[in-house]
Design a protein around this ligand. Structure first.
Ligand code: DON
Length: 309
């Protein structure tokens, strides 16, 4: 079924950690450049509340693009799928996550999916609320409910660092505003988006969120349906088709777990009906996925036959 002890997980972590030296921490958001490239941690959360973990488990990291799948769940709940998919598409791009190219070459400038930056910015634009503060709080409180951790907050240093350097994301926003997909002022939207990406937690919290997706939106620890079944399924489908950027196809073949990664080195995995996974390893490969984190998931998937395919 899956891993049965912390010791077992520990041996996988130490094997995968060797790969960290081949990667590099993200530097385009300056505050992320200060991470320790050798860190590696994993947690696995089972529906009965058992949690196994190994490595640098207490280290906190920012969600970055992992927040995209959670923000998508929130706006699908709030606005329904017709409203959301009129503004953002459902197809993988094969391009890097911050690319602008398809926006310009498509007949309609609608972003191809909610996991690339252009699509994620449109999703953040759709978060309801009367002010940036209120909209951020709605997302943060949703994440606290999903993780079962009321202390979850955001890292001001990382949010500020991205806000000051997010020139490409601003360009995407202005392009989308010119095409009437985004209809609000861009600076406040950038503030909201950078705070969203800077929400931080450790891999135990992340595994618990992965568990809710794995269980089709139910938190098995308290029996509550936090995300409607159809929304959880849409999110998991995007995790499979677009969750690992333009390496999602390779990840599906080699590992076969619905997963979402972020440039801080986090990966959230949801093994349907089995368990949630939280991984943190800030050294990234050239695509922007945690290099040791991917190796770790590969080892686990092989050993426990976790592929859903
Ligand atoms: O918008 C950015 O560039 C970062 N806040 C998040 C990027 C990331 O994690 C990878 N994107 N899919």
């Amino acid at each position: 079924m899956g891993c049965e002890s912390n010791e077992e997980l520990n041996s996988f972590v130490e094997e995968a950690r060797k790969y960290a030296e081949k990667g590099k921490v993200a530097e385009y958001i300056p505050a992320l450049g200060r991470a320790n490239p050798c860190d590696l941690a994993i947690a696995i959360y089972y529906p009965n509340g058992t949690c196994y973990s190994a490595g640098d488990v207490e280290k906190k990291f920012t969600l970055q693009s992992i927040s995209k799948v959670i923000a998508l769940a929130l706006v699908l709940i709030d606005r329904g799928r017709d409203y959301v998919f009129e503004r953002v598409g459902m197809e993988p791009t094969g391009d890097p996550f911050n690319s602008i190219i398809k926006l310009e070459t498509m007949a309609v400038a609608k972003p191809l999916n909610p996991m690339i930056n252009a699509g994620a910015l449109v999703v953040t634009h759709m978060i309801k609320g009367n002010s940036i503060g209120e909209r951020f709080e709605r997302l943060a409180s949703f994440i606290r409910t999903l993780s079962g951790d009321p202390s979850v907050s955001y890292c001001e240093e990382v949010a500020q660092s991205e806000y000051e350097t997010a020139h490409l994301n601003r360009a995407l926003c202005y392009f989308l505003k010119a095409h009437q997909i985004i209809k609000e002022d861009i600076e406040p939207l950038m503030e909201l988006y950078t705070k969203q990406c800077a929400i931080e937690m450790n891999c135990l919290d992340l595994a618990r969120i992965g568990l809710v997706f794995a269980m089709d939106g139910v938190d098995p620890i308290n029996g509550k349906q936090i995300i409607p079944l159809d929304v959880a399924r849409i999110c998991k489908t995007f995790m499979v088709t677009c969750g690992m950027y333009n390496a999602s196809g390779e990840f599906a073949i080699k590992i076969g777990i619905p997963a979402k990664s972020g440039v801080s080195g986090g990966i959230m995995g949801a093994v349907p009906c089995k368990f949630g996974i939280g991984v943190f390893g800030p050294a990234l490969n050239e695509i922007g996925n945690s290099i040791a984190g991917i190796k770790l998931l590969e080892l686990l998937s092989e050993k426990y036959q976790l592929s859903i395919f």
